[in-house]
Design a protein around this ligand. Structure first.
Ligand code: DGJ
Length: 752
């Protein structure tokens, strides 16, 4: 891994032996982007940018005679508006003289080992041995702005991390209107565009479309990453699939408004940008003040989407999650929410826990409803220290101690960023909620959003939450956030800074997360935002796992978890078995299929296990025991998608986990709808040892699937069978034609 500046051709090359990222200075310090892709042994930079005259493309005055150089066609690193480039700018600002025309030129650069942290922001980290960083300082020709572009290349993962810091080096006041985290240009537009869209309870659906001329944007204006669009974008070759083909993907280490855009111009060049949403963004920079963008991460692979995901997964686990729980096996969790909602007492939760612990549960979580007078979702958010004495007469500590007495860990739900209109907090401090003068606030789930741009509000949240978390020996916290932002205004800031508030809110969230999580390093934190509203790289810096979706239906979950896995490793995904009929979609599916789907992540239950029949309880007990046996492979191994629920029949899904040392393979296959005389499905596994054989140690499938369950079991059960690694990868394995709906198969292979 190295970063080299070549004085002769004024180029910068970042490379780690597998990928390279090349930039070059042109003329008077224009910073061009020359290449990002597979590492090259030789690169004739003189011929890399094909300069030709383009009608309508402006030429810098000094070069006007030649007419072949224009910023409108030069592939660039951090483009601006007004100096000849008509494509999407990375930086927009109003300078103190009122102009929005910007022209950035190279000033200096620095190369160093390792990676700096970003003050107040989540970001990837790496030791001096693991990464090298380049900082290029650009200066606006008017002398008022300096922009430091930062690039880090990692040794163990094919990722470039980027961000920019914009500083006012003049004496007047500048307003930033947009500051992207990354901008990258590609010479050709022969790509498909992949993004993840969704809604509450159905997040991260995969959409793949050919790239179109003009601008396409996926974004959030909701103050959080959003259920609607993920802050991830990929461009891939038309023929790319899970196992081959070029993919360029980016993600943002950020949890607020963002935009991810592509533009194809009339010459077939592509620009991809990602960063804080320029919509409704205005940031005041007085003399000497600076603004640092969130970090963006850029992945390149020639080996398809599985390889892309491996890079993201490694980056998350090795360079983003800080929690001491990162490498620890996560406990089997049983959550009270769908079992009791807000209707519980200390005794009922202890009974709920006893039943769960008997079956193998390791962590009992008390969800919403334990504070103030909260029996419904219309009150008490903010009154964290007022423990509901009717439900919990002995406080959190009383319940926590009793759960610990069962030999089990205890967890608690909180929603610190919110306040109910009906709460003592709001009655005492109505100006602590975000709001705009003379406007009636919008409610969502009967709640307002706290103004976390204000230091005193943040201090209140930190103090009250720390008081609760310090009152008992709490092992786990589910940190929820159940609404989008509206009425985005703060009583503490002047008019000219009101458009900073939506960004300052997120910085405020990071501040309270930093303070609370670092005060309680032993607590395992799980981030949640009405399920998957804020499943993003920013949150994972503070909390090592996320509640993937409020939708626990096994069929929907195949799609949600498949889409989520494009960026996030299974160990970060909260996945629970819930009761049937399912509370979100009313569907009934076999317990085993629900288990196989939920065990493909950070496993738990979202139901009252004590209400199951004795037979079902035995089944749950065996499932939990099996999960514990396979947990190291699932949580710490590598994950591969094999069959997409979005493609082909759209009726089947398959994926697999391979243990770190390759000794165990856990394979899952789902077929949702039974069809008459169904096909025998041949599924090919991947990433096995071609020279080894693998023995099936477990084969689980719903016995009720077959008309004659016993025949089916004896004919089809593969336990004890031996297959070749090459056979499993190239011939595949026959999955039964399946005669019932919602089939799920689990096969465990041990390398011989
Ligand atoms: C939304 C979460 O996603 C649910 O799991 C649950 O915690 C509720 N909030 C509680 O209000």
């Amino acid at each position: 891994m190295s970063i080299i500046y070549n004085e002769q051709d004024r180029s910068f090359t970042l490379q780690n032996g597998r990928i390279a990222y090349v930039m070059q200075l042109f003329h008077d310090g224009y910073l061009g982007h020359m290449y990002f892709g597979r590492a090259l042994k030789h690169f004739n930079l003189q011929r890399a940018f094909y300069q030709t005259e383009r009608e309508g493309a402006p030429n810098p005055e000094a070069l006007a005679d030649a007419r072949t150089f224009s910023l409108d066609v030069l592939p660039q690193e951090y483009p601006t508006y007004g100096s000849g480039d008509y494509r999407i700018p990375a930086l927009e600002a109003t300078l103190s003289n009122g102009t929005t025309t910007l022209d950035l030129r190279y000033k200096s650069h620095e190369i160093f080992q390792g990676k700096k942290s970003l003050a107040g922001l989540p970001a990837t980290f790496a030791s001096d041995k693991e990464a090298t960083t380049l900082e290029i300082t650009m200066q606006e020709v008017g002398g008022e702005l300096e922009v430091v572009l930062s690039y880090t290349i990692f040794d163990d993962v094919d990722v470039i991390a980027r961000h920019a810091t914009i500083k006012n080096i003049g004496s007047g006041t500048v307003y930033l209107r947009k500051a992207a985290s990354l901008s990258i240009d590609f010479p050709e537009a022969d790509f498909d565009r992949i993004h993840l869209y969704g809604k509450h309870a159905f997040e991260r659906n995969i959409e793949r479309t050919p790239l179109n001329h003009g601008i396409e944007i996926s974004s959030s204006t909701r103050g959080a990453t959003s259920h609607q669009h993920q802050n991830f974008l990929a461009l891939c070759a038309h023929n790319a699939d899970e196992f081959q083909g070029e993919v360029y993907a980016c993600g943002l280490v950020w949890s607020g408004n963002y935009e991810a855009a592509t533009e194809v111009n009339s010459f077939g060049n592509v620009r991809m940008t990602m960063g804080i949403n320029g919509f409704d963004f205005k940031w005041q920079l007085k003399a000497d003040e600076s603004f640092t963008t969130p970090e963006a991460v850029l992945v390149y692979t020639a080996d398809g989407f599985n390889a892309m995901s491996q890079h993201f997964h490694t980056l998350v686990q090795e360079h983003l999650v800080r929690s001491q729980h990162k490498d620890q096996l996560r406990p089997v969790l049983v959550n009270s929410w769908e079992a009791a909602y807000m209707d519980f007492t200390e005794d009922s939760i202890v009974r709920f826990a006893e039943d769960a612990v008997k079956l193998g549960a390791e962590l009992i979580v008390l969800d919403d409803g334990w504070f103030g007078v909260r029996d419904k979702d219309n009150c008490s958010l903010g009154d964290w220290t007022e423990i509901n004495a009717k439900k919990l007469p002995n406080g959190i500590k009383g319940l926590c101690d009793r759960i610990h007495g069962l030999g089990c860990k205890f967890g608690l739900w909180i929603e610190p960023e919110m306040v109910s209109p009906n709460s003592n907090l709001f009655r005492s401090h109505p100006d602590w909620a975000l709001g705009v003068p003379n406007h009636i606030r919008q409610q969502q789930r009967n709640q307002y959003v706290l103004d976390l741009s204000r230091a005193e509000v943040r201090d209140y949240v930190v103090d009250s939450i720390c008081e609760v978390l310090g009152s008992a020996d709490i092992d786990y916290v589910k940190w929820d956030m159940n609404r989008n932002l509206t009425d985005i205004g703060s009583a503490a800031f002047p008019a000219e800074q009101q458009q900073e508030i939506v960004t300052r809110f997120v910085l405020g969230v990071y501040d309270i997360m930093e303070r609370i999580t670092s005060k309680f390093p032993n607590i395992l934190f799980e981030s949640c935002a009405g399920g998957g509203r804020r499943f993003d790289l920013g949150m994972l810096y503070y909390m090592p796992q996320v509640w993937t979706s409020d939708n626990t239906d096994e069929v929907c979950r195949q799609k949600i978890q498949y889409g989520t896995s494009l960026v996030f490793p299974p160990i970060t995904m909260g996945c629970h078995v819930s009761a049937c009929p399912n509370h979100q979609v009313g569907r009934s599916t076999p317990m085993l299929s629900r288990f196989i789907c939920a065990m493909s992540g950070n496993f738990g239950y979202e139901m009252d296990l004590g209400k199951l029949s004795a037979e079902e309880q035995e089944e749950v007990k065996s499932h939990i025991a099996l999960y514990k046996e396979l947990r190291p492979t699932i949580q710490q191994g590598k994950f591969y998608r094999l069959m997409s629920p979005w493609e082909g029949t759209q009726n089947e899904t398959a994926w697999q986990f391979v243990a770190k040392d390759g000794s165990e393979v856990v394979f899952m296959y789902f077929k949702n709808q039974c069809l008459p005389q169904g096909n025998i499905r041949k599924v090919r596994l991947t990433a096995l040892d071609e020279n080894a054989t693998y023995k099936v140690t477990h084969h689980l499938f719903s016995p009720s699937l077959a008309a004659n369950a016993l025949d089916y079991l004896s004919n089809y059960n593969l336990e004890g069978d031996i297959f070749g690694g090459d056979e499993l990868m190239h011939f595949g394995i026959n999955m039964d034609k399946v005669d019932r709906d919602f089939a799920g198969h689990l096969l465990v292979f041990k390398k011989q």
